[in-house]
Design a protein around this ligand. Structure first.
Ligand SMILES: C[S@@+](CC[C@H](N)C(=O)[O-])C[C@H]1O[C@@H](n2cnc3c(N)ncnc32)[C@H](O)[C@@H]1O
Length: 836
């Protein structure tokens, strides 16, 4: 048995219920104030106020007494007063007032009170007062002087502490808080007037304002010092060798120079010109972003400095992957669902397209999904969809995609046309055209004719299209993020070459369109370059040479095309064309312009036209030769190539040396190939006169290609006939009344007339049948029409002199390929129709 537990001592469990209910004890504030000496509790201001009140009382008393005593002799005194100083007058007036308002406590301004304490007033007062009053005044004076002393002392304290009063202001519960009282008193005393402030207050104010000014000045000074330290200074020779610069240093220098250029007058170094800074900036930007000087200079011309940085930065980042739903096979919603199920994270691309999807990330390769292989979508950049949106193809139209490979835009056109009408997809590159074939098959396009022709001659092959898309070959300066080699490889000569080819292609595109088309008559020109030389320059040229005008694209974003660029001025309507940049639209750099052909006539004379063509041909040929010559010696620039780069800048025709001119002529002569073509007829290659110097291999190839078969039939005779007649025609006349004018085609008077029945309608039908190369068969109705369509005898067709084909063996291969493709699809009897 253990001891009994003792429960008398209970464990403490904290405060009881009652205690818990009660709050913490509170004490009256007064209890913390000093109890014995009441005066000590008064603040300095309170003391001042007490003193003021006392003063008032004393002054009033004194005045009353004085008045009473001197009332009988007041008039006499007034006389004297009038002769006295004005201040005395004031005093007497005050005194009068005081006398009239005896009972009402008067609020005398502090200044005047102090004046009353002054020596002058003191004399008067002293003279009039009794001894007791004198004592009072003396007391008052003493008090006033004491107050003043105290004030001064306090003022000093205030000045030292600075924000002592602020501390009080913050604590409203504090007994020593006088701010509220002060305000009230200030109101009472009419202290709004500055003059009426106590000197101490004025001094305090002054001090505060002086302090504020000092602080401001100090800040300014500091800022200036910082600014001066930040301002970029050109490196002194030998001080900072370039080799030692890190990428960070270059970046910093770019920032610094940008800052200087942003406010040149303010930040520039004495004696340095803007050009020096710009030069340094260009150099650094080339270094930092790995561009060549040529392209960087172009970019610096195009963009403002701030935009330039944004553009360069954006071009370093890959654009988001985008795909285009093939509306021929699926709907965007369904495709999105299917891809999401495969682990693709995507979203609609934008309001401007109902087929685009942007892919954020994917767990599967997008080029190998079952949906891709089934042709439900095409992997295509967002900017590539813009030209087709601008083209706005209609069902049952005849549309030409001049430079089609690999078929991204072409397949988009076919999808918008819902596989109706006819799409002519052409590209000069026979390797790339394979991609068009493959893509069109995969995507289920059955309304297309694929051809491999030099599009600059397409007007000789076919015209009368409702719409033409010219997605022109270009330098690709807008797709730097996709192909960084563009940064370093492009040069002036590349731009010039593209410019010439683009001009020629655009004129052809315009000539291929029928201005009288009921549904269309439009040409869309696009490039993935942002250089004005390849865009606005080309459009401006076309506006001058053909009856076309710029029309809106129907796309509500993008930057307007340039109406001026450096010293150049373009047509004011150029702003209807659009530029798309990676940093503004988050898509590759792109340019799109839409033209409406309003007349089939050509506004320039035949001679001008010929001259233009010749000039362009020569320029293109010259550039090609220049490239060939340059190729083996790439890297080490000869004097000659250096010179050539400088020549013919943007002129379309470089100034060639005599040797070059001879070489060109010789080449032209050697490779002269003649085409015979009729609008909407198959293009026929006219055989060349067998040349003894022609290599046997080439001849053999020609024989193999099946061309020979056609050539042997009629053409040599025909060619000779025309040659005898001296006819050299460049273009096929259009089967309309004003053929010559409408297509810019020359027709010789001596040339045999075409059959009158050759209408455009017929032509359309014929073309649809004959030009068919690869795709699924067109509608049976059309086929029947085509079967009935009148054939053109080669004899009836005028000769056309085409641009020399530089690589004959390539050309033969190309022809062979097209022939083979047609063979595979067409019945035996029709083979020839698709051969060249
Ligand atoms: C920008 S790409 C076209 C891209 C195409 N539109 C697409 O969306 O897939 C330019 C094409 O023009 C072709 N090309 C270059 N010179 C040509 C010419 N004289 N005639 C026809 N096509 C040409 C090139 O082979 C190249 O495929």
């Amino acid at each position: 048995m253990g001891r009994k537990a003792d429960y008398s001592e209970k464990e403490k469990k904290g405060p009881g219920r009652k205690t818990r209910k009660q709050g913490p004890p509170t004490f009256p504030k007064k209890s913390f104030a000093p109890m014995d000496d009441e005066d000590k509790r008064l603040s300095h201001r309170q003391k001042q106020r007490v003193a003021k009140r006392e003063q008032k009382k004393v002054v009033q008393k004194a005045k009353l007494k004085e008045k009473r005593e001197k009332q009988p002799v007041q008039k006499k005194q007034q006389k004297y007063n009038s002769e006295s100083e004005p201040e005395d007058e004031e005093m007497s007036e005050q005194e009068e007032q005081v006398s009239t308002d005896e009972e009402v406590p008067q609020l005398v301004p502090i200044k005047k009170q102090l004046k009353a304490n002054g020596v002058k007033n003191k004399k008067e007062i002293v003279a009039a007062e009794s001894e007791s009053d004198e004592e009072d005044i003396e007391e008052m004076e003493e008090e006033a002087t004491d107050n003043e002393d105290e004030e001064e002392e306090d003022d000093e304290d205030e000045a030292q502490v600075g924000k002592l009063t602020d501390l009080f202001e913050g604590n409203s519960d504090d007994e020593f808080d006088v701010s509220g009282e002060e305000e009230a008193d200030e109101e009472d005393d009419d202290e709004s007037d500055d003059d009426e402030n106590m000197p101490i207050e004025r001094a305090s104010k002054k001090l505060k304002s002086r302090q504020a000014k000092d602080a401001e000045l100090a800040e300014e000074e500091l800022q200036m010092t910082v600014d001066q330290a930040d301002i970029f200074r050109f490196p002194v020779e030998g001080e900072e060798p370039e080799k030692e610069l890190t990428l960070q240093d270059v970046q910093q220098r770019i920032k610094d120079v940008m800052q200087v250029l942003s406010d040149f007058n303010k930040h520039r170094e004495e004696g340095r010109s803007r050009a020096e800074y710009t030069e340094l900036l260009r150099h650094d930007l080339c270094l930092y972003y790995s561009y060549n000087e040529f392209l960087m200079e172009k970019l610096m011309d195009i963009f403002k400095l701030s935009d330039l940085m944004d553009y360069l930065e954006a071009s370093e980042v890959a654009r988001p992957l985008t795909i285009r739903t093939n509306s021929l096979k699926t709907r965007r919603r369904d495709l999105a669902g299917a891809l999401i199920n495969r682990g693709v994270n995507l979203d609609p691309l934008g309001k401007w397209t109902n087929v685009g999807l942007v892919v954020f990330n994917s767990t599967v390769p997008l080029g190998a999904t079952p949906e891709y292989l089934a042709g439900h979508y095409m992997i295509q950049g967002a900017s590539s969809m813009l030209p087709v949106v601008a083209l706005a193809p209609q069902e049952n139209e005849r549309i030409l995609d001049m430079c089609s490979a690999p078929g991204g835009k072409g397949s988009h056109i076919a999808a918008v046309m819902k596989n109706t009408g006819t799409l002519f997809a052409n590209d000069a590159n026979r390797d790339r055209i394979k991609a068009v074939v493959a893509n069109f098959h995969r995507l289920g396009i059955v309304n297309a004719v694929i051809s491999c022709e030099d599009a600059t001659k397409f007007r000789n092959i076919m015209t009368g299209f409702d719409r033409v898309l010219l997605d022109a070959p270009c330098t690709g300066t807008g797709v730097v993020s996709k192909d960084p080699s563009v940064k370093t490889t492009k040069s002036e000569i590349d731009v010039q070459r593209c410019y010439n080819l683009q001009r020629k292609l655009l004129l052809t595109a315009i000539d291929c369109v029928d201005a009288k088309s009921k549904t269309g008559g439009y040409i869309v020109y696009s490039t993935c370059s942002i250089l004005p030389e390849e865009n606005e320059w080309v459009i401006d040229y076309a506006l001058k040479k053909r009856n076309v005008k710029l029309v809106p694209l129907g796309i509500d974003f993008g930057e307007p095309g340039f109406t001026k660029f450096r010293q150049h001025r373009y047509h004011p309507s150029m702003n209807l064309s659009k530029r798309f940049y990676p940093h503004t639209s988050n898509m590759d750099g792109f340019y799109v312009a839409k033209l409406k052909k309003f007349s089939n006539t050509i506004p320039i004379t035949k001679e001008q036209q010929e001259a233009d063509e010749k000039q362009l041909d020569e320029a293109i040929a010259a550039e090609a030769t220049a490239t060939e010559e340059e190729a083996p010696t790439a890297g080490d620039e000869t004097e000659e190539t250096k010179e050539r780069k400088l020549l013919g800048k943007r002129a379309g025709k470089p100034n060639l040396t005599d040797v070059e001119q001879d070489l060109k002529k010789k080449k032209l002569e050697q490779s002269k190939t003649k085409y015979v073509a009729r609008v909407f007829e198959k293009p026929v290659k006219v055989p060349k006169k067998p040349k003894p110097e022609q290599p046997a291999a080439t001849e053999q190839k020609q024989q193999e290609s099946g061309q020979k078969k056609m050539q042997n039939d009629k053409k040599p005779e025909n060619t000779q006939n025309y040659k005898k007649q001296g006819i050299v025609q460049k273009r096929t006349p259009k089967p309309q009344n004003d053929k010559k004018q409408e297509n810019g085609q020359q027709k010789s008077k001596e040339a045999p007339q075409k059959p009158a029945a050759k209408t455009q309608e017929n032509g359309k039908q014929n073309t649809q049948k004959k030009a068919k190369v690869d795709v699924a068969p067109s509608k049976p109705k059309a086929n029947a029409k085509l079967a009935k369509a009148k054939r053109v005898d080669v004899d009836e067709v005028p000769l056309l002199e085409g641009k020399p084909i530089k690589n004959k063996s390539k050309f033969n291969q190309k022809s062979k390929q097209v022939g083979q493709l047609s063979k595979s699809k067409k019945p035996e009897g029709k083979k020839q129709k698709f051969k060249k």
